[in-house]
Design a protein around this ligand. Structure first.
Ligand code: FES
Length: 87
């Protein structure tokens, strides 16, 4: 499990092992734009302001992954305890 913080509202969301970031946000009433939910379309691309994403998508290239400043929140997770996202 890890934690996601919304940079815009300050809201904090716990993401348990059996939920994606998108699912945890939606469960807490925070709607996000999604389409494929499989990490391929890029619709849910979100800027990462702090923390280290664990990229599990098939959308970003190697250089984009290494930069770690954006992620696909329908599939990717966190390597750090907290991610601060541009939500
Ligand atoms: Fe398609 Fe996340 S919804 S990549």
């Amino acid at each position: 499990a890890f934690r996601v913080e919304s940079a815009r509202t300050g809201a904090v969301f716990d993401v348990p092992a059996d939920q994606t970031i998108v699912q945890a946000l939606e469960a807490a009433g925070h709607a996000v734009a999604i389409a494929c939910e499989q990490g391929v379309c890029g619709t849910c691309l979100t800027r990462v302001l702090a923390g280290t994403p664990d990229h599990r998508d098939a959308y970003l290239n190697a250089a984009e992954r290494a930069r770690g400043d954006q992620m696909l929140i329908c599939v990717s997770r966190a390597l750090s305890p907290t991610l601060i996202l541009d939500l």
